[in-house]
Design a protein around this ligand. Structure first.
Ligand code: SF4
Ligand code: SF4
Length: 146
């Protein structure tokens, strides 16, 4: 990958994501909503609490964990808005939810660490990474083969 420039890698990842994502059912999986901690900002919390008809205070107490640095995340996993493996607040979900697994975003090379963190969690990432290895003629260690 070091030999490929950023744009070449992004082009490959975009194409693989486009081909693979439609073949994977997120509603059968739901792993990100069961295990991923997304950051939430005030604007997002305002919109969702308004949609739920709750005051921000009640919403924050019920759902948020706040760090001393001002960062906010959900206070439990799986996400309480996951229902039957679907997001019950889809139109009001957070930016972090919308972005994941972020394979449509540029600069994949800068996000290798976070992408690999989710390799076992997300079947889309798993398949994109495995096919990317083939595209790049990555030499797999033969000692791992049966
Ligand atoms: S808000 Fe919706 S999309 Fe985001 S983690 Fe919760 S259930 Fe998943
Ligand atoms: S972990 Fe990946 S495949 Fe599973 S629901 Fe989330 S985005 Fe979809």
């Amino acid at each position: 990958m070091k030999e490929r420039n950023r744009e070449q890698v992004d082009e490959l990842v975009f194409a693989l994501d486009k081909a693979i994502s439609p073949r994977i059912s997120c509603t059968d999986c739901g792993n990100c909503c069961k295990s991923l901690m997304v950051l939430i900002n005030d604007d997002e919390a305002d919109k969702l609490s308004g949609h739920l008809g709750q005051s921000r205070e009640a919403f924050d107490t019920a759902y948020l964990e706040k760090g001393s640095n001002g960062l906010m995340i959900m206070n439990r996993m799986p996400c309480p808005f996951l229902s039957d493996n679907k997001c019950s607040v889809y139109e009001y979900r957070f930016e972090g939810c919308k972005e994941f697994p972020a394979l449509h975003l540029p600069n994949f090379k800068d996000r290798l660490f976070t992408t690999f963190m989710h390799y076992e969690r997300c079947p889309i990432i798993f398949n994109v990474v495995e096919q990317l290895k083939d595209e790049m003629e990555f030499e797999r260690d033969s000692s791992f083969r049966e």
